[in-house]
Design a protein around this ligand. Sequence first.
Ligand code: DGT
Length: 230
Amino acid sequence: TRGIRTGTPGKLMRSGDSRRTVICVEGNIASGKTTCLDYFSNTSNIQVLTEPVSKWRNVRGHNLLALMYQDPQRWGISLQTYIQLTMLDKHLSATTAPVTMMERSIFSAKHIFVENLYRSGKMPEVDYIILNEWFDWITTNVSLPVDLIVYLQTSPQTCYERLKQRCREEEMVIPLEYLEFIHQLHEDWLIKGTSAPVPAPVLVIPADYDLQKMLHKYEEHREKILTATN
Ligand code: DGT
């Protein structure tokens, strides 16, 4: 049950929302978000919400993610509309733990991926306008609080190598330039602050290291992440 009600500044919000802390983990494709979430999922009091990629790969039998990579002009708006819905659902999902850690957010879906499709000429202007209007409506009328963004900062080259290693079928068509573009959009948004409003303070964790070193980094940052939100 969602328990949505109208909250004080007139926005729709989850009931009991005020006590919940929300952390979003952001970063390029294959930057290691899943490893980060896995690490924190072993911490009591934290509930981890992974990205609903499996839903995007199977919309009643349709692999929307694969369709988007094959023909972004045609399928970009379908995927982004669906991602926006699944992300909204995650932001509003009722969790019992005091801290919720999410993989990505409705904000990066818009500020990174929709922007990327539009700016690289792969999304018609009218599709972009419709997605913007939806995003603006949602963020104006629904309370989507975020308390901290953990940005896993990688080089596009590292992501490219990890991407090739993991061999996710849909992603085999992704060239290095795509990851460079996505990287730049993250930097503009979360580091330079030149593209779109950032919904929360940003903690940057350099994430080009191997798994063992990354686990140490998370150990090192653990307290900071948990207390930065108090
Ligand atoms: P990780 O653990 O850092 O390796 O994370 P990934 O790569 O499993 O997860 P993520 O979010 O980088 O992306 C999964 C796939 O979905 C990847 O092919 C990129 C794609 N994707 C994620 N969000 C969006 C979006 O809003 N729009 C588009 N077009 N693609 C997206």
